[in-house]
Design a protein. Structure first.
Length: 343
């Protein structure tokens, strides 16, 4: 989305901010509002409670009492959510002692400040005292954060625009998510039919003898997995290789739910032969995260450095017996099976 330019601009003096419209002010947060922390360490959350209780999370708890009744912006000041969690509220509420409350706004509206901080504070949240997203957010860093301040009428116009456009975008996202869900169902149905019924709708069928599988094409055989694939093959195959031989290394995050592999990481065999799962080109791997293969990850191994790879111990490796089945077919069979038992 493109926006019309103002007539003139000026340097903000802040590297990440750059130029701002000439008639806007640039001020530190401490000059625009009062900031304080809460005084409650813990509270007993109540399901269906009358009032919000703000903690260091996007999730807002509910309680049956309140201390404050005003317009406020609240953000995590310590722990998870530093620089990322922001809430706007106008009414009765209470908040945790490790949350910052911004009130008594001066020359800035609470709603404008909420949107400004929510979209910009993360850019500098890790500077100064906050060395990570779970570290403390020191008050001086927060107090001295730079805020652009348009005239109040312009602030209100900007907030109205942001709210309206955000609602439109949220609607589009929801529609896309529904479409993705429908396409995922269609994809799974296609896989399921292909690997259990074949591609010929006129093929003669026979009873598989397995209740949940039903009929299969008459020419197909029904076998247990151990007869068509070797599970978790032995690392002895690489024992004779030079220990400095470089191979592909695949932690869980390098294997996608769509079968794609990120092969950027490499290690010497001596670094991975102990404590990691072994596989080679042509093997099929499936993540065995309990209790039900939760992350749905799996892949047909191909393109491994020197044809060899090691990865997380949370992988089951199936090596197709070539005379019985192909690796690609076995991979899709696994995908179908996992979706069926975990769906």
């Amino acid at each position: 989305m493109s926006f019309p330019r103002y007539k003139s601009y000026k340097e903000s003096g802040v590297e990440w901010l750059g130029e701002v419209p000439y008639h806007w002010d640039v001020k530190r947060l401490k000059f625009l509002c009062d900031i304080q922390t809460g005084d409650k360490d813990t509270v007993d959350a109540v399901e269906g409670g009358l009032y919000p209780f703000f903690v260091r999370s996007q999730t807002v708890e509910r309680i049956n009492s309140f201390t404050f009744d005003c317009e406020a912006v609240l953000t995590a000041g310590d722990g998870v959510g530093v620089g990322k969690v922001f809430h706007y509220h106008n009414g009765p509420f209470d908040f945790h002692q490790r949350v910052y409350m911004l009130t008594n706004f001066r020359n800035v509206s609470g709603s404008f400040l909420f949107h400004y901080l929510k979209e910009n504070f993360y850019k500098v949240a890790l500077e100064g005292g906050a060395k990570s997203t779970v570290d403390s957010l020191r008050m001086p860093l927060f107090l001295n954060f730079i805020v652009t301040v348009p005239p109040i009428e312009e602030q209100n116009t900007i907030v109205q625009f942001v709210v309206k456009q955000s609602a439109k975008i949220d609607t589009l996202i929801a529609e896309q998510q529904r479409l993705i869900a429908l396409l995922a169902e269609k994809r799974q149905a296609t896989i399921s039919h292909a690997v259990t019924k074949g591609l010929n709708p006129d093929a003669p069928m026979k009873d598989s003898g397995i209740e949940w599988l039903g009929e299969v094409p008459e020419r197909w055989e029904v076998k247990r997995l151990r007869f068509v694939a070797e599970l978790n093959p032995s690392k002895s195959e690489v024992r004779e290789l030079d220990k400095e031989t470089m191979v592909s290394f695949l932690p869980m995050e390098t294997i996608s739910e769509d079968g794609f592999l990120n092969l950027d990481r490499e290690k010497a065999i001596r670094e991975v032969e102990t404590g990691y799962t072994y596989f080679r080109d042509g093997d099929v791997v499936v993540a065995k995260i309990t209790p039900c293969f939760e992350n749905g990850k799996g892949a047909l191994m191909r393109g491994l450095l020197n044809g060899i790879g090691f990865g997380t111990t949370e992988l089951i490796v199936a090596r197709p017996r070539k005379e019985e089945t192909s690796g690609k077919y076995l991979y899709w069979l696994f995908i179908w099976f996992l979706s069926r038992i975990c769906g």
